[in-house]
Design a protein around this ligand. Structure first.
Ligand code: UDP
Length: 495
C-alpha cells in the first residue's frame, strides 16, 4: 500500500522459537497481503523454518515479503546450531540462549540503519529492541503472542499483587479487577510473574518497554474475548490491534503441511489416515514445540489413549520412541497414529475427523483449536498456559481441564498424571451427553466466528487496515516535515 510515492515498510523480528516465529511470519504475510512491504528478520539457522512459507506467499500473490538475516552470536556452553529455543537439548540451558539473543542488539541496530523501516514489530522477549528503534525514531510495536485475557491477567497481578496476601502454593485467589470472577491456585501462576523470582527483573523491563512502545499486536479476534479486548484498551490503557487468528492465513493443504518445517510425508500420511475415520471421532494430542515429558508420563499418556477407545494421533519427539510401552503400536495399529517429530498441526486440526484436541494450552495451539471449531482438553504446563486453560474451560466453556495444579517448566517438578485420569477426561470430552454436545456446539460457533474475523470486513481484517492507515498517516506527516525542512534549507541557501 503506497501513498504519495511512499510504500510502508514494516520489519518483523520474532523471538526464535516456533511459538513466536510461526505467528509472526503469518502476521507478516497478512500485512504483505494488504500491500505493505514486509521484512522478517532472523538468523540463518531459522531460515529453513520459514522459507517455504514465505516463498509460497511471494510466489502466489507477489506479496512484498522478504527474509533478512544476521549471524547468530556464539556463547560458551551453547551448542553450535542452537539458534531456536526448540533446538535446545534441554531447557536447563535456556539462560545461555537468552544471553546469545541479548548479543543481537548491535546487529539489530545495524539492520535498522541499513533498511530504515517505517515501523518494527518485535517480540516481547526482545525488550531492548524498543531502545534501538527509539534511537532512530522508528516506532516499535510489541508482539507477545498471548491472548487479551492473559494480557489483562498480567496487568492485574502486577497492579494488585494478589499473591502477596497468600500463605502457600495451594491457596486459591480471585484474579482482581477482571470483568469476570476467575479463580486459580497460587501454584498455577508462572514464576516470572512473582516479584521474588530471578526472572522478575527481565519481565519488569519487558513491561516497561512494552508500555513505552507504540502499541501491541494481539493474535486474537474481537468476538472471542470482547470484554478483555475492551478491558485491555480502556482499563489497562494500551493501544492494541487484534489481527488473528493469524494461522488462518494458511489456507491450502500445501501451506498447512509445511508451516514451521520443510515439506514432509507426515501431511500425506495424516490425511490418508484421517480420511478413513468418522467425523469428530479422533483425539489429536500434541504439546507444542518445547515440551519435555518424563518417560513415565509419556507412557501414561499412551496407555490412557489406548484405554479410551477413540482413534487418536499422538505427537512425540526428543527421545519419545524409547518410552513407547511394549506392544503398544501393535495393539493400537488400526486406531492410533504416532507422529515422530513435527506434526502438520493446522492440517490435522482442520480435518473433519478430529473431534478433540489434547493440548498444553500454548496460545497458538489453543487458538488454532478454537479456529478449527474443536473442543479442547487442557493440560497446561508452564508460562501463561494456565490462564489459557481458564479462558477455554471457565469462560468460553469449550474445554475440559485435565486438572493440573502446578505451573513449571522443570521436568522434575511436574506431577504425574496417570493413564486412568487421562482416559477419564478424554471420555468426558468425547462423550455424547448434553454437556459435551453443548461444548462442541459452542466450539463450532467460535470456529465460524474466527473464520469471519479474518475475512474481508471481519473484525481482525479491519483492525489490520486501521493500523496500516494510522502508520501511513504518521508517515505522511514525517515525509511532509522532511520536505518542509529541505525546502527551508534550499531557501536559506538561495538567500
Ligand atoms: N506446531 C506444529 N507441529 C508440531 C508442534 C507445534 O505445527 O508438531 C505449531 C503449532 O501449530 C503452533 C506452534 O507450533 O503454531 C506452537 O505454539 P504454541 O504457542 O502452541 O506452543 P509452544 O510451542 O510455544 O509451547
Amino acid at each position: 500500500m503506497g501513498s504519495e510515492g511512499h510504500t510502508l515498510h514494516i520489519l518483523f523480528f520474532p523471538f526464535m522459537a516456533q511459538g513466536h516465529m510461526l505467528p509472526t511470519v503469518d502476521i507478516a504475510k497478512l500485512f504483505a497481503a494488504h500491500g505493505v512491504k514486509t521484512t522478517v528478520l532472523t538468523t540463518p539457522g531459522n531460515v529453513p523454518i520459514i522459507q517455504t512459507s514465505i516463498d509460497r506467499a511471494k510466489a502466489q500473490s507477489h506479496h512484498p515479503i522478504q527474509i533478512h538475516t544476521m549471524p547468530f552470536p556464539s556463547v560458551a556452553g551453547l551448542p553450535e546450531g542452537c539458534e531456536n529455543a526448540s533446538f535446545l537439548p534441554s531447557n536447563d540451558i535456556s539462560h545461555l540462549f537468552f544471553e546469545a539473543i541479548g548479543l543481537l542488539r548491535e546487529p539489530f541496530s545495524g539492520v535498522l540503519r541499513e533498511l530504515r523501516p517505517d515501523c518494527v514489530v518485535t517480540d516481547m522477549f526482545l525488550p531492548w529492541t524498543y531502545d534501538v528503534a527509539a534511537e532512530l525514531g522508528i516506532p516499535r510495536i510489541m508482539f507477545n503472542g498471548v491472548s487479551f485475557f492473559s494480557l489483562c491477567v498480567f496487568d492485574s497481578l502486577d497492579r494488585f499483587n494478589p499473591l502477596g496476601n497468600l500463605e502457600g502454593e495451594a491457596d486459591s485467589f480471585v484474579i482482581p479487577g477482571l470483568p469476570h470472577k476467575v479463580e486459580m491456585l497460587m501454584s498455577q501462576v508462572p514464576d516470572y510473574l512473582r516479584p521474588e523470582s530471578p526472572e522478575a527483573g527481565f519481565f519488569k523491563m519487558v513491561r516497561e518497554n512494552d508500555a513505552k512502545s507504540y502499541g501491541v499486536l494481539v493474535n486474537s479476534f474481537y468476538e472471542l474475548e470482547p470484554d478483555y479486548t475492551q478491558h485491555y484498551r480502556k482499563v489497562v490503557g494500551r493501544k492494541a490491534w487484534h489481527v488473528g487468528p493469524v494461522a488462518l492465513c494458511n489456507e491450502g493443504i500445501a501451506e498447512r503441511n509445511t508451516r514451521g518445517s520443510q515439506p514432509s510425508n507426515n501431511g500425506a500420511e495424516c490425511l490418508t489416515w484421517l480420511n478413513g475415520k468418522s467425523p469428530s471421532s479422533v483425539v489429536y494430542a500434541c504439546f507444542g514445540s518445547l515440551f519435555e515429558f518424563s518417560c513415565a508420563q509419556l507412557r501414561e499418556i499412551m496407555l490412557g489413549l489406548e484405554a479410551c477407545n477413540h482413534p487418536f494421533i499422538f505427537v512425540i519427539r526428543k527421545g519419545g520412541n524409547e518410552c513407547i510401552p511394549e506392544g503398544f503400536e501393535d495393539r493400537v495399529r488400526e486406531r492410533g497414529l504416532i507422529i515422530r517429530g513435527w506434526a502438520p498441526q493446522i492440517l490435522i486440526l482442520n480435518h473433519p475427523a478430529v473431534g478433540g484436541f489434547l493440548t498444553h494450552c500454548g496460545w497458538n495451539s489453543t487458538l488454532e483449536g478454537i479456529s478449527a471449531g474443536v473442543p479442547l482438553l487442557a493440560w497446561p504446563m508452564f508460562a501463561e498456559q494456565f490462564f489459557n486453560e481458564k479462558l477455554v474451560v471457565d469462560l468460553l466453556k469449550i474445554g475440559v481441564a485435565v486438572g493440573v495444579k502446578k505451573c513449571t517448566s522443570k521436568l522434575e517438578e511436574r506431577e504425574l498424571i496417570d493413564a486412568e485420569r487421562i482416559t477419564g477426561v478424554i471420555n468426558q470430552l468425547m462423550d455424547d451427553g448434553e454437556e459435551a454436545d453443548n461444548r462442541r456446539k459452542r466450539a463450532k460457533e467460535l470456529g465460524e466466528m474466527a473464520q469471519k474475523a479474518v475475512e474481508k470486513d471481519g473484525s481482525s481484517y479491519v483492525d489490520i487496515g486501521n493500523l496500516i492507515h494510522e502508520l501511513m498517516e504518521r508517515q505522511k506527516i514525517i515525509d511532509r516535515k522532511l520536505i518542509d525542512v529541505s525546502n527551508t534549507s534550499i531557501g536559506v541557501q538561495a538567500a
